[in-house]
Design a protein around this ligand. Structure first.
Ligand code: B12
Ligand code: SF4
Length: 556
């Protein structure tokens, strides 16, 4: 097996280009230009450019800005237990902060500390005049700590992102808070700062068009530590699922970037030497189907012209399965994985969740998407009022039959401002703010089913679906269903590949008590899918991450 991998690695090495060539196990974690950043920034924010360098409330020194992404806990998407196999530290870069950076005057000095990549040192904070931090709900504890440390050192602290936008809790003692998207409010802030009149809170009157979103400052991130890069094509989703906060934060009218903007972002990543997985982080990539249809041919052309440097991953609603032309176009453009919000196979619960787009034959929908060569990843929820007593078995069976290796199963949580939140409030069932991590065993509302039973059932799902035999069977079935005539582009770096392979072989094939299942799985892929060994190793590593998570959250 080792020889096969190395031989394949040698054969393809000649094709790899760029200083950041990813290992052949880049594919392990796919989840792993400018039409002028400058032009756009200069045109939109002329006053920013007129700013005296570093002016803050009348100060005239050069402004030094530190961007901080607080630490994530161990969740589905952290891939924390799989990343070390590939020699990576974090799955995705903090695109929100990189975008905010691109919105600030270009004369300002800037640095990024992603605490999921490296420790935040006191000297980092001392270097800065001003600190910009972002957070999701799950990062709130780390964010509080960050704000405390920065304020102790007398720094001006600016906060934004989904946590501060949606929380009902008291926010940390920051100087400035940005609610919602910052494309129009940040330039206003910079102007106010120049005049010494910066306000405590900023909120845009309207959701901005994405045509004014500049190319993110990707160069601030240390690309080599990430498993994938991210770009964004659209914001918002046309559906109205009861539990979803996306539509409250980003709206129900999907806004998209132009084709030129998207290609310019891909160019920027390519020029920085990135090769491998690019996550299009849309809430629902097919939210605006008309525009997506126009984007895909351009995307396909761009990939072909540049030797298919990127393998694409995105999130979409299940009705993607109803549009075979779109599926074909996505396959041609290089989409290899798609995350779906399946939630539940129970009709009544889907009705309760106001998710009509998922009703019908869900299993057939998944199979159809897989038949276009895309691995389906998906989110599942237990805890709906209408969940029957056997919901746990139903979910396990569905996940098994749909051959979804990476299934994110969580307990229903009510996020602030959602329709679900409002309903539970009306019904007097709310218990407080959610942790934001749907994989921990807590509820923030009074459930219909006995909570102890729900938690035990949830844990049994996790233990079952991530037991090695079950998981590897799904992974094999998924590979069988996702055949593509053109194999996934690989960008090998021989030394990294060998190192990754050895790490996996030692951890899963020698030290792990389930090593037999690992070797059986590899033997199966070697005989049935020998051209997809890198992918099978990625799946094995991911299976290990989920098994660790299930031990954490799925223990009795
Ligand atoms: C990509 C993504 C991820 C990625 C990468 C995240 C990262 N490294 O930043 C991954 C896959 C790791 C991820 C994981 C999770 N995610 Co997530 N994710 C997203 C997604 C789809 C896109 C984020 C993004 O890059 N947007 C693009 C940028 C440009 O937009 P933005 O971040 O909103 O930034 C803009 C503004 O908010 C503002 N802004 C943002 N930060 C700041 C900071 C300052 C100082 C200022 C001034 C402005 C500002 O300016 C930007 C430009 O307008 C969002 C949904 C969404 N539409 O944003 C969910 C979302 C942020 N994720 C969410 C959740 C719940 C999770 C998970 C908990 C899921 C789970 N159970 O595992 C995990 C937790 C993280 C972890 N690693 O464990 C929720 C957060 C809800 C909340 N209220 O906190 C969201 C909103 C989606 C949802 N409703 O489910 N996620
Ligand atoms: S389809 Fe997804 S993004 Fe759209 S409203 Fe439903 S849960 Fe939210």
């Amino acid at each position: 097996m080792v020889f096969l991998c190395l031989a394949e690695s040698h054969r393809r090495l000649g094709k790899a280009t760029g200083p950041w060539r990813q290992s052949n196990l880049t594919q392990l974690l796919p989840l792993f230009a400018p039409i002028g950043t400058t032009v756009l920034r200069d045109a939109i924010f002329p006053r920013c450019l007129g700013l005296r360098q570093g002016a803050a409330d009348g100060q005239e020194d050069e402004m030094k800005v530190l961007f901080i992404n607080p630490e994530f806990p161990d969740t589905y998407w952290s891939f924390r237990h799989a990343l070390p196999f590939e020699g990576k530290r974090c799955a995705f870069p903090p695109l929100g902060l990189l975008t905010v950076s691109a919105l600030l005057p270009k004369s300002w000095e800037r640095r990024l500390v992603d605490m999921n990549v490296r420790r935040l040192k006191d000297s980092d904070i001392e270097w800065a005049d001003m600190v910009f931090a972002t957070a999701m709900l799950v990062q709130k504890d780390s964010l509080r700590e960050v704000v405390k440390r920065c304020k102790q050192r007398g720094k001006r602290v600016v906060l934004g992102g989904p946590y501060v936008t949606t929380t009902i809790e008291e926010l940390p003692e920051a100087d400035h808070i940005f609610l919602g998207e910052a494309e129009t409010t940040l330039p206003q802030f910079v102007e106010d700062l120049e005049r010494g009149e910066a306000k405590r809170s900023y909120k845009a009157a309207e959701r901005p068009p994405l045509s004014i979103t500049p190319i993110a400052d990707f160069h601030l991130a240390e690309l080599k530590h990430y498993s994938a890069m991210s770009i964004q094509y659209s914001r918002g989703c046309p559906f109205s699922c009861e539990f979803c906060d996306i539509i409250e934060i980003y709206g129900r009218v999907p806004r998209t970037k132009s084709n030129q903007q998207v290609l310019a972002e891909l160019d920027a990543l390519r020029k920085l030497g990135w090769r491998g997985t690019v996550f299009i982080v849309d809430d629902n990539f097919i939210g605006n189907k008309k525009n997506v249809r126009q984007l895909l041919p351009d995307l396909t052309r761009w990939q072909e012209e540049h030797g298919n440097p990127f393998s694409l991953l995105t999130e979409a609603s299940v009705n993607l399965a109803d549009d075979e032309e779109l599926l074909g176009n996505m396959r041609d453009a290089g989409f290899r994985r798609v995350f779906l919000g399946i939630e539940t196979p129970v009709e009544e619960s889907l009705k309760e969740a106001q998710k009509p787009q998922n009703r019908g034959n869900l299993l057939e929908s998944v199979k159809r998407i897989q038949s276009y060569g895309m691995e389906v990843m998906a989110g599942f929820i237990v805890g709906f009022d209408n969940d029957p007593e056997d919901i746990f078995e139903k979910q396990i069976n569905f996940i098994r039959e749909s051959a979804i290796p990476l299934a994110m199963v969580g307990l229903l949580n009510a996020l602030p401002d959602t329709q679900l939140w409002k309903r539970l409030e009306r019904e007097g069932r709310l218990l407080g703010e959610a942790s934001g991590n749907n994989t921990v065993c807590t509820f923030n509302f009074v459930t219909r089913m006995d909570p102890a039973r729900l938690i035990a059932g949830y844990q049994s799902i996790m233990r079952t679906i991530y037991s090695p035999a079950e998981y590897y069977r799904r992974a094999l079935d998924s590979m069988k269903r996702t055949q593509q005539s053109n194999s996934e582009p690989q960008h090998y770096d021989l030394l990294n590949s060998i190192a990754s392979l050895l790490r996996i072989a030692i951890r899963l094939g020698v030290l792990d008590r389930e090593r037999r299942e690992f070797w059986r799985f590899l033997a199966n892929t070697a005989t049935r899918h020998h051209r997809r060994l890198a992918e099978s190793l990625r799946l094995a590593a991911m299976g290990y991450h989920f098994r660790k998570l299930s031990e954490l959250y799925g223990a009795n």
